[in-house]
Design a protein around this ligand. Sequence first.
Ligand SMILES: [Mn+2]
Length: 328
Amino acid sequence: MSFEKIIDRIRESNRIVILSHVNPDGDAVGAGLGLFLTLNKLNEELKAADEDYMEKVVRFVLEDNIPRNLRFLEGSEMIERDQYVESKYDFDLAICVDAATDERLGTTHRHLERSKFVINIDHHTSNTMFGDINHVEDISSSSEIIYKLINEMGIEITREIGEALYTGLVNDTGNFAHSNVTPKTFAMAADLMERGVDNSKIVREFFHNKNLPSLKLMGMALQEMVYNSEKKFTYFYLSSEALEGIQGLKEDAEGIVNLINSYNESEVSLFMREEKDGSIKGSMRSKHNVDVNKIAGMFGGGGHVKAAGFTAWDMTPEEVVEKVLNKL
Ligand SMILES: [Mn+2]
């Protein structure tokens, strides 16, 4: 898949907004920030070549705060929170990264509506192709796609850009442990290291940086998880009351689904978290043959074969579990 049309569109747009999904993870922030820093660099290069060049306005807007363990990324302080962005703001181009559906953009969807053109860059096979240009590739991460895009643009990848993209890789591959890793993923990682990326610093900042509520939550999940031996299915439900009880935020529950699926007998796992509005957010992981993308699809969600998520409305956790069990 070539990036020619995307690059042309970027070059001819003066006001560009980058968007990604709610509850941003390392890939959403990494891919978005890598692109954001690249477009700023493009501005600098064009300005240096031509004094009269009118610099592009480039913004990266997310609905939520970025998680604490991503704030070490240089440039992340320039990411804007949607609620503080003036509502009457038009863009020539919106570039969405890592969002399988336009609903996943949350409140930032309004910038999509106010943009003349939409580019959708993603690696979820369930992507709904909501853009005017859709670049959807079934590879490790959106950050891996952005890496290829930057190379095709001919912009040099600085250490800062590299760290953002590397974090996306680490996030979506479980630090190069999942089956979505290919030789190309490693080649990208090697190239980023040659550009000054400190892999051990990133892993330390990203993984070994837990606050007290998230550690307590891990304890709670390990203590209370339920295992169904017939279906080799592990699940855990977290009520909003229990989360408040440990003074936790929803971002503290990041990674719980992988934790419960690390049980050696478990083939498939489900983590359910109650939202304030009463809905239940589900995330699922599968080790081998179970397609959790299909299961999430029953609730209107999606993702990948081995990792997917959904939101269930007007259902109890018991009902969600039963529906999943029937499909296994
Ligand atoms: Mn991703």
